[in-house]
Design a protein around this ligand. Structure first.
Ligand code: FEO
Ligand code: CA
Ligand code: CA
Ligand code: CA
Length: 637
């Protein structure tokens, strides 16, 4: 290849030089090709081939050498081994302490949670909610404010006196409704570390009962009208707030994931509308709201669940502001929202729909972002796309429009999954968080696992809830995928708003101790010392290091032997190197990460520990946001 002018090659030509097309395509070859296409040919070369795709090889090779050098110092920590105990482990030279725990007061006249009785109904919207998830820190006029999600509740933990924690009154339902949603809280670093600023004017709970506006193409649709809201523009509450995102104009995006679980029917004869099936809305629920709050009874309010499943924009700087449901971003089981500004100033939002065989989406605004300008329509007016991946490393974004779907505009934004099925999107292995690299034009999505990929049942390949087959191939190369992978894409012309991309796998998780070789051993950047399963939360720090959090099987047995508790790792995009930074307590998922304004503290979320945490023996297991610092107070992201 030495006498070829590489800068003149198309991406395809370059790729052929690297990976001559296989004579036959079999399972192992697909896996091998997906991982090695660009990923693990060595750091510089790996990045160089992506650069060739963009026609800027020389420039990027230069900057890549600098990146490779920098990469050597990318892991200033000594990686931690796996753990199976009920506490946190961070590397030598780092320390952690709790910042905010489930049931902890946000206001000074409110007591801490009572383990025997939980939180009273009066105080249930004045404390930190349960099951912390995605979060973002905002620096607002010299103050630091964290907005953080509370994904769901464990009924029994919040209603400890009730059998199985099922609500027995409207007040019980209200407690559960208030312990979820979002907390906005001011935090400050004092003598004893980080603390919540009690009674701060920023402090606020947003719950299943908070008034919000509906905006965008589905606002006012007949599909969203209810008796209480004949206009289809005003609703109550945000649900199952999973991952998050932030806009460049300083707002928080909270993402409604498994919203279906809150809506049930008290009338067993009620005929469930056809569109419910795709989203998993069924007559029975585990929360029991419908028995005491008719809003959640679909036999009385069949449109109510169609008012959930959106991304909600919240202004953390004003505790009296009304959150806005942005229907232009589609109605799916939203994981998170990764926002990036395209070359021409348009706003791009990448979004995963976390369910087996569902899709990866992208929104592109019509207008451009102008700092200090009017941003009120940027998340209302635009185009929604869904990803289609080819086995050859190419991909395209398929627009969801009247023409491509044959659906009306409001239908596209309320029945988004159905619209995406019509255009032939690629069924994915449960898209969790998307993260956009701040120092390179590329994005990543954690595909957490998919035990049914490629499975044949009753002579038929398994499908998603819409009947789309979960074929083995492309970025989902393994059948019965228990370990998960991270797909990465490089937008053509370095333009996140564009229609085409190239892709590869940044990592395929696996277990090289249990599987000696083959796809389930994982990609070549997985070894006995860093292995994990089920990547989920994912966020870049400002230096371009990718932080990966897991929500997987923590039995430490069988297929998962040697992987221990859920954990957080750091990955280097330039080299593919991955090292374990933190291990969580038994039973917990590690989810949500953000940084203090000075980047000397990293905040990490610990969700649903199953043994006493963080206060030790005899105390409650409490979902907790922790603050991690280096003992020398150096930068940490
Ligand atoms: Fe709430 Fe898909 O994680
Ligand atoms: Ca998640
Ligand atoms: Ca979870
Ligand atoms: Ca998960």
């Amino acid at each position: 290849m030495t006498d070829i002018d590489k800068s003149k090659l198309s991406w395809d030509e370059w790729d052929e030089l690297q990976n001559p097309p296989p004579a036959e395509t079999d399972f192992d070859r697909i896996v091998e090709a997906a991982v090695s296409r660009r990923g693990f040919l060595g750091g510089v070369l790996a990045f160089g081939s992506a650069a060739a795709a963009m026609g800027t090889l020389g420039n990027l090779l230069n900057s890549t050498s600098a990146r490779a050098q920098e990469a050597a110092s990318r892991f200033p920590f000594k990686p931690v081994p796996i753990a199976t105990d009920s506490t946190i482990h961070v590397p030598e030279g780092y320390s952690w302490r709790p910042l905010a725990k489930w049931g902890q007061p946000l206001f000074s006249n409110v007591p801490d949670i009572d383990p025997a009785n939980g939180v009273s109904v009066e105080n249930s919207d004045k404390v930190f909610g349960e099951n912390t998830d995605g979060m973002e820190l905002f620096a607002i006029g010299g103050k630091q404010v964290i907005a953080v999600n509370h994904e769901y509740v464990n009924n029994k933990a919040n209603l400890p006196k009730n059998d199985k924690g099922m609500p027995k009154s409207a007040d019980d339902v209200k407690i559960l409704q208030n312990m979820q949603g979002v907390t906005v809280m001011e935090v400050v670093e004092g003598e004893n570390g980080w603390e919540i600023v009690l009674d701060s004017p920023f402090n606020r709970r947003i719950t299943h009962l908070t008034p919000m506006k509906i905006s965008g193409p589905a606002a006012g649709s007949d599909l969203l009208k209810t008796e209480a809201d004949p206009n289809g523009t005003d609703c109550l509450g945000t649900f199952n707030n999973c991952g998050a995102g932030r806009t460049p104009w300083g707002t928080y995006l909270t993402c409604e994931e498994n919203f279906n679980g809150y809506f049930g029917s008290t009338d067993p004869t009620f005929a469930m509308p056809d569109d419910y099936k795709r989203y998993g809305i069924s007559a029975e629920t585990r929360y029991g709201y419908e028995a005491f709050d008719p809003r959640f009874d679909v036999s009385k309010n069949p449109n109510e669940p169609r008012r959930a499943g959106y991304i909600v924009e919240i202004d953390p700087s004003d505790a009296s502001s009304t959150p806005i449901k942005r229907t232009a971003l589609g109605r799916i089981k939203h994981e998170n929202a990764a926002v990036v500004i395209a070359r021409d100033g348009r706003v791009v939002v990448y979004m995963g729909d976390d369910e087996r065989g569902e899709f990866l989406y992208k929104y592109v605004s019509n207008g451009i972002y102008v700092p200090g300008g009017d941003t009120s329509k940027l998340l209302d007016e635009g185009t929604l796309y869904v990803a289609k991946f080819s086995d050859d490393g190419n991909g395209e974004w398929l627009a969801l429009t009247l023409e491509t779907t044959g659906m009306k505009m409001d239908e596209i934004y309320v029945f988004t999954r159905q619209a995406a099925s019509k255009v032939g999107a690629t069924t994915m292995d449960r898209p969790e968080w998307v993260a956009v690299n701040p120092v390179a034009i590329e994005a990543y999505c954690a595909l957490t696992n998919n035990s049914r990929r490629g499975e044949v049942k009753d002579g038929k390949l398994r499908t998603n809830a819409g009947g789309d087959e979960m074929t083995v191939g492309g970025p989902n190369p393994r059948e019965k995928n228990e370990y998960g992978q991270i797909v990465r894409w490089y937008p053509d012309n370095e333009d996140h708003a564009g229609g085409n991309f190239k892709w590869d796998l940044f990592v395929m998780a696996g277990n090289p101790d249990v599987h000696k070789g083959g796809a389930y051993a994982g990609s070549s950047n997985i070894n006995s010392g860093n292995m994990f399963n089920s990547p989920d939360g994912m966020m870049f720090d400002t230096t371009g290091l990718l932080w990966i959090q897991t929500d997987g099987e923590d039995s430490n047995e069988g297929e998962f032997l040697g992987q221990g508790n859920n954990q957080m790792l750091a990955g280097d995009p330039a080299t593919g190197r991955i090292e374990r930074f933190l291990t969580g307590p038994k039973g917990a998922e590690v989810t949500g990460v953000t940084w203090s304004a000075d980047k000397r503290t990293m905040f990490v979320g610990i969700q649903h520990p199953d043994a006493p945490f963080p206060d030790g023996e005899g105390k409650l297991p409490r979902s907790t946001v922790i603050a991690i610092k280096r003992d020398d107070n150096a930068l940490i992201g």
